[in-house]
Design a protein around this ligand. Sequence first.
Ligand code: FAD
Length: 639
Amino acid sequence: MQFHLDGFHPGDPRYSDPQDRVVPPPLKRPLPQQVDVMIVGCGPAGLNLAAQLSQFGSISTCIVDQKDDRLLVGQADGIACRTMEMFQAYEFADQIQQEAYWVNETAFWKPDAEHPGQISRSSKIQDVEDDLSEFPHVIINQARVHDHFLEVMRQSPGKVEPHYSRRLVDLQVDTEAEDYPVTLTFERAVNYSQYGKEQEIVKARYVVGCDGARSSVRTLIGRELVGDSINQAWGVMDVLAVTDFPDIRLKAAIHSNNEGNMLIIPREGGYMVRLYIELDKLKQDERISRDEITADYLISAANRIMQPYTVEVKEVAWWSVYEIGQRLTTAFDDSEEGRLPRVFLAGDACHTHSPKAGQGLNTSVNDTWNLGWKLAHVLTGRANPELLSTYSAERQHVAQMLINFDREFSTMFSAKPKSADNPDGVDPAEFQKYFVRFGRYTAGTSIRYNPSSLVGSGEHQSLATGQTTGMRFHSAPAVRLADARPVQLGHCVKADARWHIFAFAGQQPPMSDQCRVRALCDFLQNEHNSPLKRFTPAGADVDSVIDLHAMFQQYHRDIDVDQIHPLLQPLKGRYGLRDYEKVFCTDHSGAGDFYALRGIDREQGCLIIVRPDQYIAEILPLDDYAGLSRFFEGVLTRP
Ligand code: FAD
């Protein structure tokens, strides 16, 4: 898709008239007096959580922001492959893919050996390694990601819409109260003349502070961001420009000899580009105080860094000075010894770091992706509140890794290039190697949760060597049996807080007496300790809590749907219609054999339990019924 040719306009570029691109803000209405979950902050962390909770009509969710409307321009723009996988669970990854820029290659530029005052390209590399994810690494305005979450929220059973112009000013937790223990006080953030300093009080069962780096929720629960006190300042601008720089449509890291460093991020629509200029690294006599920085100042700095090339800016769509330190909060919730959490922190409210590796938005949405299904479980009675303690345990570890990575990456990025004059500098080739080595990390696919009640020990890891316990379920091609449709198996997992059991059959004829998938289905359908029987509420569809899928190695035309176990084609819904979308075969057309790609034991098969957030909870032999029951007993409660 090409757009922004005649100027930048925010909103959905599929509308030809720019006036139609932006949805008007929702009508202002009073805040509810009581809610299950109060989310403070309509950034990506808050909106993702609201989108998840909105899937449940029975959960009352309220989301507020001090701003008077949705974000239209600026802030983050890098979407990691792993985040795209999460967007797929909401079914808007395809639209993002169409609209976004795809980062397929990265170019590295360094001072030219013969003319050190000028830059020359040192290399180009593939940005994302093959088969790391079925999705690319993309670049799109953060505001468009917000738009998609807002649409999901509006369309879902919970029908959640933000309340804008509300600023949180106080939060109290009554540790004795059983119900609605948190009291929040909000002030109208604008229109004082109309409303005065009107305050609204809301009582909530749970509160999630997604209110950014200067989080009031964090302060009000007495948590602190600790870490580096020295902030790094970056000038960032989204521009429509004409340039002779040859890699303007590639992500490019530029290290100049004396003029500083710059990162070029091509943007969606084919014409726009983002320039990140590291302000601390500009020549001493070129630096001015933050308040005096202008867009023209940044344009001049860019032109000095990229000599002999020039950039002529025609329009500045957005610019800012983004100043940030590497910091982390001591805990991601308000729990204390003997008291379970009621207030949580997510996103920039609990971790901040440089924008260089593009992790801000990605880590933030993945925080609430971890928390959302857990809140939904507790509020719908599927799990005990103890489940909520796993949020801080799992995500704080991830954030600590991010801070460590960012510190190292930033130091390397910011160091002067090694040269005869500067022998202690960083060799650009070393920086490039580091970039490649941490590619999986920046793609978000290397996150691994430690063993806990939600993650098994990995004892049976050898049954699926390409699917790691504690890491995200790595999708690969499959063919759906009933309609012969090529699909990605991982796309069975939607943002609906359901658990998944993927049963990978061995080589026995499907559903024969020797077939262990058939035996597993018999167990799940009939035995008293079957987790499906124990945890599915009476009258609910059989897959409403745990969704079972099977995969066979045979060519799909060699299996008839009438051979399939009834549990894999359950009758559902008001009319008892049959669900034909749970059985898959390996692809025999060349797209890729799931068993080979993901190291599934062809003889024995296996079963993989996948959490609602797409992470692998456990890998078990197909006939380990006791292990399967034990796992779910440790997480779910009986209805
Ligand atoms: P945020 O996106 O910060 O959202 C927090 C929300 O909470 C805001 O909408 C705020 O209005 C609201 N809020 C705060 N306090 C209150 C209160 N008391 N009451 C009610 N509402 C409140 N990342 C990059 O990678 N590159 C960039 O160039 C870049 N530029 C940025 C520029 C700015 C100005 C900001 C704020 C962030 C930028 N980021 C950038 C960071 C990136 O946007 C964040 O990492 C990401 O948005 C974090 O998401 P979040 O939901 O945790 O918080």
